[in-house]
Design a protein around this ligand. Sequence first.
Ligand code: NDP
Length: 308
Amino acid sequence: MCILYLADPAAAGEWRDYLSTLAPELEFRQWPDIGNPAEVLYILAWEPLADLAEQFRNLRVLYAAGAGVDQFDLAQLPDQVSLVRLVDLSMADIMAEYVLLSVLALHRDILTYQEDQRSGRWQPRPIVHASQRRVGVMGVGNLGRAALDRLQPLGFKLSGWNRSLKNVPGGRCYVGLEQLEHFLGQCDILVNMLPLTPETNGILNAARFRCLPHGAGFINVGRGAHVIEQDLLDALNAGQVGGAVLDVLVQEPPSPQSPFWKHPRILLTPHVASDVQIEGGVAVIVENLRREREGLPILNVVDRSKGY
Ligand code: NDP
């Protein structure tokens, strides 16, 4: 029984060490040394693999080396193969830290002060108390909930928008497309933490940005394709969106000519808001091995009907 590793080659040694300690029954193989493909029961991959079903007839679980699974074509996966996300608490913690940093940066107007610094301007601006700042999170899942929990002690007015009703600490959860505009209308800072699916692709467009209070902040840690990027740039240039912290873009990295590099109202990071933590990811694999042995349902399986 073996797991085939097709994720970041630089991290392979660490995955191998953790797995061989915690699941010694599982042989670790690294692509392209697949050995006998019939022995491959598990694959850990960041990108989809062509001819997966034909090559690995005994494959049981495809572990996605990330929280998002939009890179995989679920329709291509054989029915007997489960797609599993390696999400764990530490990954959510790291994401919550990034969201906290970004909310605080927008809340305390860091983009403006950065512009002031560059042009030699010393100009204090009014301070808004956190209790007067409304922060809304789209997607109250593993990561969204962790971010809300991290923001709550700072006193922000919190809300969430989600497909199903979720508990939002200290605030309201808006549900479904019918309540999206209402939700957006009360977000001084909007944080996108949705998974990318056919329903959420391009969900943040010009009309939706117009729903936000004028000058609202925007943080995107979901996926670039949630946003119609030209609409965001137009909204930023018009001041409708006052500033944006973007960790994800449609094209990563953007082309050298992309306006995202130098826009004064954008803080850009290279898709680093969070990442699978090896120790936590291995813990999911080990727990799922135990569950398989005991005939229990395995954890973190992607729901094919929902796409996340
Ligand atoms: P989860 O699956 O735990 O949560 C997703 C949430 O979004 C769920 O609460 C779900 O609602 C909601 N949702 C999904 N579709 C819709 C919709 N059409 N309308 C309203 N709500 C919807 O995912 P995670 O929180 O673990 O991860 C979220 C995303 O974060 C990932 O898919 C990935 O794209 C991104 N990510 C980004 C990283 C980065 O470094 N920038 C790192 C890791 C993840 P319901 O509960 O009702 O199903």
